[in-house]
Design a protein around this ligand. Structure first.
Ligand code: ADP
Length: 369
């Protein structure tokens, strides 16, 4: 059998915390770090106090629930770590009180189509009726102004409740700010460290994003201090990782995923997106050519027990759409448009699952005060 974090969580819902009589999942005692390796399952239980009198009985009951409800073959004995609760991540409502979900779009390697996917995902979500914002935080190559045909936009300041706020540019139903609006072309890459981090913080906290259902952040490729700044600044709902099926890209995607799930960053990974999954020539629509290898991301997703959120083929119109400032997702009936619509549905589904099934302390949904 294949184990999934959901299966484990469902089993743990049968365990009650004697202090309150509530189940340990909805109480937020199960940390969002369930790891699965074959039949080996490890995770942590978070207690309010390190000397909680129920620690031993809850750990025992959790082990029993997994062996009973999942399978007696799961290796769980001694694999449950006990921790005292501390809020590692920022309070969800500080900076963006009207933003419900924040999605980090990242990739291990440059050039795999991360920005293209972020732009099309944003457009696909907007077409589905959601309020969407996109922050282009890719200091190494801010490309969203071009992809949204907003290269000439110059976001202005507007007074909102006595504060001067940057008004995001907007096109195709997506509000957008890019580091590219504030630096000359080619100079962005010189913005390193504190300077870039501060500029990005301003684009988040001093901008009039207003009410948003989904706020996407197009991160730089790889792992950088920008990633750390973002997770320290914002309560990110989850990260999605874009890769091509090529081995070198997958190796870097793996590193990116372990950065997100590591102790320091600790952001849940919503799933993997396989971009440039295959090539189909317009004149031979039935043929698929696997230029970068077949289903590499699918295998990686299975191995790491994370969802594969979508497979996007290599299509000339995707590239042209980016260059012309008209993302292909604007045409939801085309093959590529449909692929992005499906991707958007899968992302929404993953986020809804997390929001429904995780306790309020783990849930990073932000509600209006
Ligand atoms: P990244 O943000 O990962 O550096 P980009 O989104 O800038 O990558 O994409 C790199 C190049 O590949 C761009 O020219 C883009 O138009 C093109 N591209 C990305 N995805 C596809 C695709 N699925 N089909 C065709 N071209 C693509």
């Amino acid at each position: 059998m294949t184990l999934y974090p959901q299966l484990i969580l469902d089993a743990l819902r049968n365990v009650r915390y004697p202090g309150t009589g509530k189940d340990i999942v909805s109480m937020g005692l199960v940390e969002d770090n369930i790891r699965i390796d074959g039949m080996n399952v490890t995770f942590s239980l978070l207690f309010e106090k390190p000397n909680d009198p129920f620690i031993r009985s809850v750990v025992k009951a959790a082990e029993t629930a997994i062996l009973t409800y999942v399978s007696p073959d799961v290796n769980i004995k001694g694999n449950i770590t006990v921790k005292a609760k501390q809020l590692a991540r920022p309070e969800p409502d500080k900076l963006l009180p009207e933003v419900k979900n924040i999605i980090a779009v990242s990739s291990g390697k440059g050039g795999v189509g991360k920005s293209t996917v972020a732009a099309n995902l944003a457009v696909a979500l907007a077409l589905q009726g959601y309020k969407v914002g996109l922050l282009d935080a890719d200091i190494f190559g801010p490309s969203q102004p071009k992809m949204f045909n907003l290269e000439d936009a110059r976001p202005y300041l507007e007074e909102v409740n006595g504060r001067e706020l940057i008004q995001p540019a907007e096109n195709y139903g997506v509000k957008m700010l890019s580091i590219g609006f504030f630096v000359n072309k080619g100079d962005a890459v010189l913005w390193r460290g504190a300077m870039a981090s501060n500029a990005l913080k301003q684009l988040i906290g001093d901008a009039n994003w207003g009410e948003l259902d989904y706020f996407l952040i197009d991160l730089p490729p790889g792992t950088s201090d920008i990633h750390l700044t973002m997770v320290q600044t914002l309560a990110i709902t989850g990260a999605i990782v874009v890769s091509t099926p090529q081995e070198v890209a997958l190796a870097d995607a793996r590193k990116g995923i372990s950065m997100f799930t590591g102790e320091k960053v600790n952001v849940p990974v919503l799933g993997l997106i396989e971009n440039m999954a295959w090539f189909t020539p317009a004149e031979l629509p039935e043929n698929k050519y696997y230029l970068f290898g077949k289903e590499g991301c699918k295998r990686l997703a299975e191995e790491l027990h994370i969802p594969l959120l979508g497979q996007i083929p290599i299509v000339q119109s995707i590239c042209e759409g980016g260059d012309e400032g008209r993302p292909v997702a604007l045409n939801p009936d085309s093959i590529t448009g449909m692929a992005f619509q499906e991707l958007a549905r899968n992302v929404v589904e993953q986020i809804n699952y997390r929001n429904e099934h995780l306790a309020p302390t783990q849930r990073v949904i932000v509600t209006k005060k």
